[in-house]
Write a protein that binds this ligand. Structure first.
Ligand code: URP
Ligand code: ZN
Ligand code: ZN
Length: 464
């Protein structure tokens, strides 16, 4: 099977030029001007950007959490990702406390195999790591799971103490892998939550008001300090606010190997979304919570100046009617997480490139290339080059669309609301190609469940 993409403006993290791309089977085999070649299929990309498929390094499909399970499984979630121009996700396998991480990996392979419509990898969420289990970490790396996530939040659920953190970090550093941190002081936050509930403060907005930015900044500072002593690079996930960003910037300025992502929810939504008399605010209960709006300009600056390397979604959807209601009388019981895997590319293009905050190359870097490099997938993923996987998006930089669950529907995630309902974006993924196969075209799904492959990722290759 061959594919010729003609007349497009090819944009990668570093290039911007007009040329044709010839794809044979799953990979890009030739790039050049006016290629005189026959192909099984030709796509005319005149007037379009031709960009690498998006890489979202932070999703939670089919994740048991908060007394329920995230509403998208690997089939619906990866399909929605593809509609939005994302062709690779890195999701999170979870170690059940007291059990082997390898068992956890097996469970997540079963969840994804035969379902994922685009390529996927796994990080491993480590929930305990005694000395006699440390050997498993090298095995995970050999299996292509070359990054871990640990939580300073959610005591009694996913939380690990600083000793566990240090043990796992040391081993990760020895093995050449990367540690992802959910950096928030969950122990103090739980005390604040108890006080709020005792005062009868049960509405969704108290989720945000009980998680001060200082407690995120403290987690970022502490995790970086522990990582520096342990000798491992650390990647701060879902960084939400200026306080936390300051800690990343300070650490990077002194030469620490620290990387960080933020997410569209922290760039486009804010604390005012909790200002509802009814339970609507539960749609935005996620951790960290939405912050005061002024934080957003700091995050954009962090992205522009390179202290934040990547934009992920932390896609972890729960239906408003059936799942968020678990916390109708108590905000601390609302399942934490929100949808977004489908909307990331358009939102970032619109807010970043159209909004004059990012160059088009930076847009590609933040939504695709950087995550691919940080998480051991480059140059297979995250660029358009001879030999790379043909994960390509034909992106219309002029088309406008209003994000909506209905009227008309742009929404393919398996969740009954969209966090960005009614937002008009300029910049839409029109044709999405995953390893040489067109999986989305004319707003129709042409992929298949099971069409996505598990990605064995390489060791950490930075800094870069
Ligand atoms: O609220 C969130 N972020 N839910 C997903 C789990 C996590 O902490 O990433
Ligand atoms: Zn987290
Ligand atoms: Zn997450």
């Amino acid at each position: 099977m061959s594919l010729l993409i003609r007349n497009g403006r090819i944009v990668t993290a570093v290039d911007d030029y007009h040329a044709d791309i010839f794809v044979e089977d799953e990979t890009v085999s030739l790039i050049g001007r006016d290629l005189d070649l026959e192909a099984d299929r030709t796509i005319d990309a005149a007037g379009r950007l031709v960009i690498p498929g998006g890489v979202d390094p932070h999703t939670h499909m089919d994740m048991p959490f908060g007394g329920t399970t995230s509403a998208d499984d690997f089939e619906t979630g990866t399909r929605a990702a593809a509609f939005g121009g994302t062709t690779t996700i890195v999701d999170f396998a979870i170690q059940t406390k007291g059990h082997s991480t390898l068992e956890g990996l097996e469970t997540w392979h079963e969840k994804a195999a035969g379902k994922a419509g685009i390529d996927y990898g796994f990080h491993m969420i480590v929930t305990d790591m005694e000395d006699d289990r440390l050997w498993e970490m090298r095995r995970l790396a050999d299996e292509g799971v070359t990054s871990y996530k640990m939580f300073m939040a959610y005591p009694g659920v996913l939380y690990v103490d600083d000793g566990t953190l240090f043990r796992a970090m040391r081993k990760a550093g020895e093995d050449g892998t990367l540690v992802c941190m959910h950096a928030e002081n969950g122990i103090v936050i739980d005390e604040i939550v108890k006080i709020a509930l005792a005062e009868g403060k049960t509405a969704p907005k108290y989720h945000a008001l009980t998680r001060p930015t200082r407690m995120e900044a403290e987690g970022v500072h502490r995790s970086i300090a522990i990582a520096e002593v342990a000798g491992v690079p650390v990647y701060i996930v879902h960084l939400s606010c200026a306080d936390a960003l300051e800690q990343v910037t300070l650490a990077r300025d002194r030469g620490a190997q620290v990387f960080a992502e933020t997410c569209p929810q922290y760039l486009f939504l804010d604390l005012s979304h909790y200002d509802h008399e009814d339970f609507e605010g539960a749609k935005y209960v996620m951790t960290p919570p939405l912050r005061e709006k002024w934080n957003q300009e700091h995050l954009w600056r962090g992205l522009g100046f390179g202290d934040l390397q990547s934009i992920s979604t932390d896609h972890c959807p729960f239906c408003f009617k059936d799942q968020k209601v678990l916390g109708v009388d108590d905000f601390s019981k609302i399942p934490n997480g929100g949808p977004g895997v489908e909307n990331r590319m358009s939102l970032v293009y619109n807010g970043g490139v159209v909004g004059g905050r990012l160059s088009v190359n930076k847009f590609v870097e933040l939504t695709s290339t950087a995550a691919s490099k940080l998480f051991g997938m480059f140059p297979k993923k995250g660029t358009i080059a001879v030999g790379s996987d043909a994960d390509i998006v034909v992106f219309n930089p002029d088309r406008r669309e209003t994000i909506s669950v209905n009227n008309p529907c742009t929404h393919h995630m398996n969740v009954d609301y969209n966090a960005y309902e009614g937002t008009e974006v300029q910049g839409v993924s029109e044709i999405v190609i995953s390893r040489g196969r067109v999986v989305v075209e004319d707003n129709v799904w042409h992929g298949r469940a099971g069409g996505g492959n598990f990605l064995k990722r390489g060791l950490f290759g930075g800094p870069f």
